[in-house]
Design a protein around this ligand. Structure first.
Ligand code: CA
Length: 228
């Protein structure tokens, strides 16, 4: 699970952020002071993104940011800035933050920024509870849903399993046997044709033009692949 550190001394704001991030599927680590944040980071080297408030009772958020950056170039850092403090945004980026969010912010806004940062820093894309994006598609592995251009596409369990297999192996030719074994299981002794039937149905649901598929393409005499 993706881990996020939240450094914020105001307990009400911190709890609000934590609740919303957990709801969005993140694992959260909390800190109320700069010193505490640096300790938590040492204990949890797998933290992918840190959210840092600026005004803190001990060292300020900029100092925390500098401290983190001195030893860790890869972690994503988002600073929480006050709307009235234009300079803070510049300072935040100067001290090594990747992004900033202005208070007051909505949970959706913060989550979107964290998601974007995890994508940019190339977080662990293989683990469950992730989203896989490709062109107009967003596959949400936790919710088992597929969206195309932000519209939900209703899939059967089998269709979902096929799409997931494809999206986890973009551009790779998968034999019909591979698809059958992966989706129906190695013990399934049905016909390979069931793969073709499901792909035909899937294409109707996801392709722009079923006659000229561009997402699930045919590899003649072999199987199928995701993408052209
Ligand atoms: Ca504060």
């Amino acid at each position: 699970m993706k881990k996020v550190l939240i450094l914020e001394d105001e307990v009400s704001i911190r709890s609000f952020v934590v609740i919303n991030l957990r709801r969005a599927g993140y694992d959260t680590i909390e800190a109320g002071t700069g010193t505490e944040a640096l300790e938590r980071l040492k204990e949890n080297p797998d933290i992918g993104v840190a959210i840092l408030d600026i005004m803190l009772p001990d060292i300020d958020g900029f100092e925390v940011c500098r401290n983190i950056r001195a030893t860790n170039k890869t972690i994503g850092i988002i600073m929480l800035t006050a709307r009235s403090q234009e300079m803070d945004k510049v300072t935040a980026l100067m001290t090594g933050a990747d992004d900033y969010v202005t208070k007051p912010f909505s949970p959706a806004e913060l989550t979107a920024r964290i998601d974007a940062l995890f994508r940019r820093i190339g977080g662990d894309t293989s683990s469950e509870g992730e989203v896989i994006r490709h062109g107009p598609f967003v596959l949400n592995i936790r919710n088992r849903t597929l969206e195309k251009n932000e519209k939900r596409i209703k899939l059967t369990q089998v269709e979902y399993a096929i799409v997931k297999l494809f999206m986890q192996n973009p551009g790779r030719a998968l034999s019909r046997e591979d698809i059958l074994a992966s989706v129906w299981g190695r013990d399934y002794d049905g016909e390979l044709k069931i793969v073709d039937v499901n792909i035909r149905r899937l294409r109707i649901k996801i392709e722009d033009d079923t006659a000229n598929p561009t997402y699930i393409t045919t590899v003649w005499g072999f199987g199928y692949k995701w993408g052209l």
